[in-house]
Ligand binder design. Structure first.
Ligand code: SAM
Length: 205
């Protein structure tokens, strides 16, 4: 019952998030491109991206959900069963902060992408940032049984990770209007992070 209530309360917030993310992703892709949705969850975001932006979307998941709305491959580690450059784009939306070894996972994203890796995640910035992100993380994930490790990066931390992996930033958004007004005030804005990165040539070929 409580899980049902959580999901019901979360639905309009998730809907606003999906609409905003589709808009942001649309600037980086072309109709007909392929996209790997890493940690696709129930596939809600992936299926909308496929339909609205006309992308060929498939997912990989550690814990595939019943009735996932896109084709999904289950993985047991952070390594993907795909060759180098297998997809035009890789999307990793609110997944990296669930991984202790986020560098291994992001490196794998860079390996299988031909054009770009699109990252949506959180960013420690502002008053009580860690407490606000941790609460949001728990609220959004508890009903789905997704483990939270409550470890987040600052903007400098993201930049450090990208440069360690030899990737460069194509575009970056450090404050987002992702949720309905009141919710955005508490959990949106500077706590949200979006970046499009590209592998170096060596990573690509
Ligand atoms: C917060 S949900 C995000 C779901 C979806 N990306 C979205 O934006 O709606 C995080 C998902 O990432 C998955 N996950 C965590 N670590 C992963 C990994 N190393 N590889 C693939 N999926 C992973 C979890 O099982 C969970 O479904």
């Amino acid at each position: 019952m409580s899980k049902w209530l959580f999901r019901w309360l979360h639905k309009p917030i998730y809907e606003a998030r999906v609409s905003e993310l589709i808009k942001r992703v649309s600037y980086s892709v072309r109709r007909g491109d392929s996209l790997l949705d890493v940690g696709c969850g129930g596939g809600e975001l992936g299926v909308r991206l496929g339909n609205e932006l006309e992308l060929k979307v498939e997912g990989v998941e550690r814990f595939p959900r019943e009735g996932c709305r896109i084709g999904v491959t289950q993985i047991e580690t952070s390594f993907f069963p795909f060759p180098d450059n297998a997809f035009d784009h890789v999307l990793v939306a609110d997944v990296l902060h669930h991984e202790w070894d986020d560098d291994i996972l992001l490196k794998e994203c860079l390996r299988v992408c031909r054009k770009s890796v699109i990252i949506k995640d959180h960013k420690l910035d502002g008053v009580l940032a860690i407490h606000r992100i941790a609460l949001m993380d728990w609220l959004a994930n508890t009903a789905y049984g997704v483990e939270c490790i409550y470890r987040y990066r600052t903007c400098a931390g993201w930049h450090h990770l990208f440069s360690r992996l030899g990737a460069h930033i194509v575009s970056e958004i450090t404050s987002m209007r992702l949720y309905p007004t009141g919710v955005n005030w508490l959990f949106g804005g500077r706590l949200q992070y979006f970046a499009v990165i590209e592998p170096t040539q060596a990573e690509c070929e």
